[in-house]
Design a protein around this ligand. Structure first.
Ligand code: SF4
Length: 178
């Protein structure tokens, strides 16, 4: 099993493209020490049960201090085919199965689509919030430009003469308004 950012490229794992793996500001422990997060269905070959438990406990602790643990859990839950094994966001495969069932009970059988729509709405809200309104002066220039030249044509090439004429009109309008 590979982790995003480790070994095989993520595309090889074929995760759901609606849920990109969360960005971490620093390398995550599962990227720097992937062997710690190995977990199939019991002990690793050559490892005692106690050693496995100790290693898994370390992995869980590492996840609980990870800056992207919440988004990692969501990613692991929606990407069942690529997270069948291993510790992800401090959960074992069995715990993730139980969590997926709870999600289906809460949001319905199409819970992954519901989450994707919620994410999309959140991204759109964030993009709208990032839009900086025009200053009073900028808005006045835009208004004047529209009064002088009408609505901005899209993809229309204008001649250098027309550009010059527009500039002259705009400057005249600005002068008149100041
Ligand atoms: S929460 Fe755990 S599995 Fe997820 S990125 Fe962080 S260290 Fe890796």
């Amino acid at each position: 099993m590979s982790r995003p950012g480790v070994g095989q490229p993520t595309a090889y794992l074929d995760p759901d493209p609606r849920f990109p793996f969360p960005h971490s500001p620093t390398p995550t422990r599962c990227q720097t020490e992937p062997q710690m997060f190995d977990f199939t269905n019991g002990d690793r070959a050559g490892e005692t049960r106690a050693a496995t438990e100790k290693r898994l406990e370390k992995a869980r602790k590492a996840c609980s201090g990870c800056p992207i643990v919440q988004d990692c859990l969501k990613w692991a839950l929606v990407n069942k085919p690529v997270t069948r094994f291993g510790i992800w966001a401090a959960t074992t495969p069995g715990q993730r199965t139980a969590l997926r069932k709870r999600m289906a009970d809460r949001l319905g059988p199409d819970w992954i689509d519901v989450l994707a729509r919620q994410d999309q709405a959140r991204r759109e809200q964030a993009a709208a919030a990032r839009h900086t309104p025009l200053t009073v002066d900028q808005a006045r220039i835009v208004r004047l430009d529209r009064q002088v030249n009408g609505p901005m044509p899209t993809h229309r090439l204008i001649s250098p003469e027309l550009q010059q004429r527009n500039r002259t009109r705009l400057m005249a309008g600005l002068k008149a308004a100041s």
